[in-house]
Design a protein. Structure first.
Lengths: 480, 324
């Protein structure tokens, strides 16, 4: 046996469950695995790495001067969820996204939730992601977050927590799709014997939902995917999705607005656009309305949008619902808009803008995770139990200089999954991001992107910080 | 199709074709050097063997901005791997791959994988690759890679605009290249028109034919010793020669007819004219008026066609009129 994992005590292991017995969801896979010689697995790993490189499934690392593209590490051992566990996650994510869309409509219309005293006015109006331009604008289907990535962690057999909601331009779904393709290519025999719920229809579902939200009631609305360009770290994903959906991948320079209508420049002249699946932040969308120096956007886009001539997915201003200070209100939103109890729990969160919470957090820093309210990508955060005394003291000074900028949460015992590492197969911490699509209805494909912290004991799963990904299997009902 | 996408596809085709043509040109230059001096020595003082590829590609002044002496190693490095030469083989492969990466959605995954793996394998050139022992197989690999990409393109791509713009780039680049090679070689090799035959001619003209994969074709078609005039005819007027000017222009004309729509009428007309001039030309007339003049005129016209393609299909926003 290898040295024991020095993770948080009692991290739930998805292979062995809480009682150390093999989890039923892994039974068929484990049986298969026990018959596979170790060198075959290592060879498959090498093969997967080569294939990913040849396919060019890579991302650029910001801040890396060399500009080298890296392949995101892919673990060939799948993460397996039973149908029951998945159904709970799926229902919870759908419920959450429905409430968040209703909240966003409310934010940009009548503020019912503020009038009811559930959320303070300042939480909305004082939020930097709030877009006054959107006040009173009616969107098709009242949908703001057409695509949402809900980050979920598992801490027990049926215990899930939502870590955060991503409602702006959530990424990673291409890895979900490519990981599955890779697994089917490497281990076709496994899919013949284990019934794994398919996910390949995601691009179809997305396209159908996007087109259903087109402003014109025409028969064939034209949708495009707007990318910041080939140098964006997620460019591979943009190109991949556009190809899978069969829509044009456009940059800002390919579009123009005339008489509040958006057109793209084609070899046959201008063509009218109905829906833009944009993977460009609000700030850069329209230099006439937002950042003047943006070379990536389309001058006049906001005017076309407000005139109801084009649909943007996701909507401008959706960020007001997904930052870490709004997060704490999501359970209340679900109760307020849907009249239901939340199916998935929030992680208890301390807001350091509150003096009581601040005092408590400063006293308990070594035990807590502290995050910036608007941070992302695992940067600007402190994982107390994994940090040195010096790191904690440095972070303490940063918090005290600007407490409003931070929230804190208990260190969660993220579940672990068997993962192929140098020494063999060992447990590593994972999270899960299901992708929730809203058109005429809110739907989710079974699974999502499982990110894994490849370093022993690490809880940071971000690809920019040594994280990898796994294929996520949801077993069909009745197979375990 | 997006104008920007079409432009990337066009240049993707051009860049990979250019890498292949450069490799071909260097390969025959290199082989000539292996022959005895009596055969390989230049007939004109300016036509040092290693100056010829520089003159042909029109990069001589760029070369002398970077190097002082004309040596084999310098020329090889300049045309194969020098990062400051935008047309070096490595830069062409890099740009072809970048073009492909930018428009991945518009090409088949096989096309992308072909260019991407080419770049991964050939993106850096170790110094020993350009050594006498290895350089021949290097050129072979570059040619193979280009063949593979073309084969993958023809074998996997939907016959839509994307395919046509790749092909357009390929044939425009190829026509330009064949005209240049023929022009320069003819100049060097033919100081006096009556001086025909002999070992020197065989090797010199043979190398020209080999550089455009036409040596075997020449033998098949003419069943004769190598006559410069027939070489010129083969590379100009034969419509069954894949690298001849006539075939390249015919391909461009066909492709342009398929993509033209309302925007490309002038480009179709120019390509058609170019093709017709070759289709109905007589070798006697061309030789009488001067092959060099004829080729210069051809290069000018292909340049103009390239510019017309740019304005009709890739044009910047301002020039695209809004069709109501």
């Amino acid at each position: 046996m290898n040295a024991r994992v020095e993770g948080p005590p009692l991290a739930y292991d998805e292979l062995h469950g809480a009682d150390g017995a093999l989890h039923p969801a892994y039974r068929a896979y484990s049986e298969w695995l026990s018959k596979v010689p170790p060198d075959v697995l290592q060879n498959k790993r090498v093969e997967a790495d080569l294939l990913f490189r040849r396919l060019g499934i890579t991302f650029a690392v910001y801040g890396d001067e060399s500009g080298v593209e890296r392949a995101i590490p892919f673990d060939i051992i799948p993460r397996i969820l039973s149908a029951d566990a998945w159904n709970k996650v799926a229902a919870g994510c759908v419920q959450r996204v429905k409430a968040l869309n209703m909240f966003l409509h409310d934010v940009y219309h009548d503020h019912e939730i503020v009038k009811a005293g559930v959320i303070p006015e300042a939480q909305i109006m004082g939020n930097p992601a709030y877009r006054p331009e959107m006040q009173g604008v009616d969107l098709p289907g009242k949908v703001y977050a057409h695509v949402a990535g809900v980050d979920v962690v598992k801490v027990g057999e049926n215990d899930f927590y939502v870590l955060e909601d991503n409602l702006r331009t959530p990424s990673g779904v291409s890895y979900m799709l490519e990981n599955r393709r890779m697994m089917m290519r490497l281990f076709p025999d496994l899919f013949a014997s284990i019934q794994v719920a398919p996910i390949d229809h995601y691009p179809d579902l997305l396209l159908e939902s996007l087109r259903a939200m087109a402003p014109r009631p025409s028969g064939a609305p034209v949708a495009v995917l707007l990318t910041p360009g080939a140098f964006n770290s997620a460019y591979f994903e943009h190109a991949f999705l556009a190809q899978q959906m069969g829509i044009e991948l456009v940059e800002g320079q390919d579009l123009f607005v005339r008489d509040r209508v958006v057109y793209m420049r084609t070899t046959q002249g201008p063509q009218r656009i109905d829906v833009i699946y944009r993977r460009l932040d609000d700030d850069f969308l329209d230099p006439l309305a937002f950042r003047k120096d943006s070379m990536l956007g389309v001058p006049g886009l906001l005017s076309a949008y407000k005139a109801g001539n084009v649909t943007l997915a996701n909507a401008i201003g959706a960020g007001v619902a997904d930052d870490k200070s709004t997060y704490v209100y999501v359970p209340d939103m679900i109760r307020f808009y849907l009249g239901e109890e939340p199916l998935l729990a929030n992680v208890p969160t301390y807001r350091l803008s509150r003096p009581d919470d601040l005092c408590y957090v400063l006293a308990k820093l070594p035990e807590l995770v502290v995050k910036e309210v608007h941070g992302s990508g695992g940067y600007g955060m402190l994982v107390g139990p994994r940090s040195s005394h010096q790191e904690i003291e440095d972070f303490r000074l940063r918090i005290m200089a600007n407490p409003d900028n931070y929230i804190a949460q208990p260190t969660l015992a993220l579940s672990t999954c068997p993962t192929l590492v140098e020494e063999g197969i060992a447990p590593r911490h994972v999270d899960l991001r299901p992708y929730v699509i809203t058109g005429t209805d809110t739907r989710v494909v079974p699974g999502g992107l499982t990110r894994v912290a490849l370093r022993q004991g690490s809880l940071v799963v971000n690809s920019s910080q040594g994280g990898g990904t796994k294929d996520t299997w949801v077993l069909e009902d009745g197979t375990c | 199709m997006l104008s920007r996408t079409a432009e990337h596809l066009f240049w993707m085709g051009r860049h990979i074709e250019r890498a292949e043509n450069t490799a071909r040109m260097l390969d025959v230059t290199y082989r000539m050097r292996l022959l005895p001096a009596s055969i390989s020595q230049p007939m004109e003082p300016w036509a040092q063997p290693w100056a010829v590829p520089l003159i042909t590609t029109g990069l001589a002044s760029d070369y002398y901005a970077l190097y002082r002496d004309l040596t084999e190693q310098n020329v090889l490095e300049f045309l194969v791997s020098n990062p400051d030469n935008p047309s070096s083989i490595v830069n062409c492969l890099r740009q072809a791959r970048e073009n492909a990466r930018t428009v991945r959605g518009a090409i088949t995954s096989e096309m992308w994988e072909s260019l991407n793996s080419t770049w991964m394998e050939q993106g850096s050139v170790a110094p020993e690759t350009l050594s006498p022992a290895l350089v021949g197989s290097y050129f072979e690999q570059i040619k193979q890679r280009s063949h593979m990409f073309r084969g993958v393109t023809v074998g996997t791509a939907l016959r839509d605009e994307a395919f046509y713009f790749v092909r357009l780039g390929t044939f425009l680049e190829r026509a330009d290249n064949t005209a240049r090679i023929l022009d320069v070689k003819y100049h060097i090799l033919l100081p006096s028109p009556q001086d025909v035959g002999g070992a020197q001619d065989y090797y010199q003209w043979g190398s020209l034919l080999r550089s455009v994969s036409a040596f075997e074709a020449y033998r098949k078609i003419y069943r004769d010793i190598i006559h410069p005039r027939k070489v010129a005819e083969l590379l100009l007027l034969r419509n069954d020669m894949p690298r001849s000017l006539r075939n390249c222009t015919a391909e461009m004309y066909r492709v342009l007819q398929s993509v033209a729509g309302g925007t490309g009428r002038e480009a179709v007309r120019q390509a058609g004219e170019l093709m017709a001039r070759l289709e109905f030309a007589r070798m006697d007339d061309i030789m009488a008026a001067g092959l060099h003049e004829y080729l210069l005129d051809f290069l000018e016209r292909t340049g103009a066609l390239g510019a017309e393609i740019q304005t009709s299909f890739f044009a910047s926003p301002e020039t695209q009129a809004l069709v109501a």
